[in-house]
Design a binder for this molecule. Structure first.
Ligand SMILES: *Cc1c(COP(=O)(O)O)cnc(C)c1O
Length: 390
């Protein structure tokens, strides 16, 4: 028996669309990338989209376009992947690491407001929609959300939505909330292009800057404005930009994956529904809390926590699950425990109590479209068996 932690499904139009690119003879960024951008932004209801070669690239471009630079401070949760914080360092700015809510692993309006009261010159905030659940961005039932709080303090928001496609509150999708939102299409994400990402924004100026910086800082528009020669070989460079564009081969895979995004999401929700019911009532584990309607959650991850009542360590639990052929993963070893951030910023574990509690016990179970009923049963049975509960 071997149930992998994650599995890609490329059985749709992937081959056909990639073939079209190969036959076209044009393998870099062109019409497929454009088509993917358009379809993606329409799906989430955003005005501008920029396809990039990773979510990390998108976060870097987004922060740059928001004006984050040397010496600036940017809030970011410690419970995330290193991308969310490394991009702040790329720009010479400093991350201020935050604890998260224990039950959801999310930043809350309260955590954000406290941080803004304690640090007077924050430039921006990175929000991570952990596991695919949307943080409290809008005002909900009279309670001020993260968007309003940041607006009051003049703080820009960039969303690391690597887990959060398709995720929404009501009918408003992630991708239409903050100043900039970045998605990941890495191989194990909810839809994939192999490697890739998408940056969305409502702001035309941000979009223009991102588009320019995505490709070497080359700006054809500016040149066009001052010349009427229409010479296509001529271009201008307005900044030392990056090489972050998405090739058409990847975009072709993305278009095929996008067409099945809702089907994939439903498949993952089915897994979550099953685990919720099959693992309910086990004293020594805490199941992930779903705050709102289950259909608004992308269910990228199903992370459980072995709590203080567990007689078994997380690492031992992982080994026992592996012996039974159940793939799993840990999200995440927090950034305040990573050598670079810990030493450079002199971070102390006791300043992150919830993150520490999560880290000590967290294990993510397999969750993906195509995981069959009997495989789900097998996973749940293995969890119960390893923990010695019936
Ligand atoms: C995967 C991931 C990223 C990085 O995505 P890439 O496309 O690989 O750059 C960033 N943040 C989080 C939370 C992720 O899970």
């Amino acid at each position: 028996m071997n149930i992998p932690f994650s599995k890609v499904d490329c059985s749709g139009l992937e081959r056909e669309l990639v073939s079209e690119v190969l036959e076209s003879g044009w393998l870099t960024t062109a019409s497929k990338a454009q088509q993917f951008e358009k379809q993606f932004r329409k799906t989430v209801g955003a005005s501008y989209a920029c396809a990039v070669n990773s979510c990390t690239a998108g976060l870097h471009l987004g922060l740059e376009a928001l004006g984050v630079g040397p010496g600036d401070q940017v809030l970011v949760p410690s419970m995330t992947f290193t991308s969310s914080a490394e991009v702040i360092r790329y720009l010479g700015a400093d991350p201020i690491f935050l604890d998260v809510d224990y039950e959801t692993r999310l930043l809350t309006p309260k955590i954000v407001e406290e941080a803004l009261l304690n640090h007077s010159s924050i430039k921006a905030l990175v929000v991570v929609h952990f596991g695919g659940q949307v943080a409290a961005m809008p005002d909900i039932e009279g309670k001020e959300g993260i968007l309003s709080i940041c607006k009051r303090y003049g703080v820009k928001i960039i969303e690391d939505a690597a887990h959060a496609f398709p995720s929404r509150i009501g009918d408003r999708y992630v991708g239409s909330y903050g100043d900039v939102t970045c998605f990941s299409f890495y191989a194990n994400k909810t839809i994939t292009t192999g490697e890739g990402g998408m940056l969305l924004t409502e702001d035309e100026e941000i979009f223009k800057r991102v588009k320019t910086m995505r490709l070497h800082g080359i700006n054809r528009d500016i040149w066009d404005r001052f010349t009427d020669t229409n010479s296509s070989w001529e271009y201008d460079v307005i900044a030392p930009g990056y090489k972050y564009n998405m090739p058409d081969i990847n975009a072709a895979i993305g278009i095929a994956q996008l067409a099945r995004a809702h089907e994939f999401r439903e498949g993952r929700q089915k897994c979550a529904d099953y685990y919720d019911q099959a693992l309910e009532g086990i004293e020594c584990i805490d199941l992930p809390l779903c705050l709102r309607e289950r259909e608004g959650h992308s269910w990228h991850l199903y992370p459980i926590v072995l709590n203080e009542k567990s007689f078994m360590s997380r690492n031992c639990f992982i080994e026992r699950l592996k012996e039974r052929g159940v793939g799993n993963s840990v999200h995440y070893k927090p950034l305040h425990r990573m050598t670079y951030y810990r030493d450079y910023y002199n971070l102390k574990s006791q300043d992150f109590p919830n993150t520490e509690r999560i880290w000590k016990g967290t294990v993510s179970l397999p969750i993906y479209f195509g995981l069959s009923d009997w495989e789900l049963e097998f996973v749940a049975h293995a969890v119960r068996e390893v923990l010695g509960v019936n």
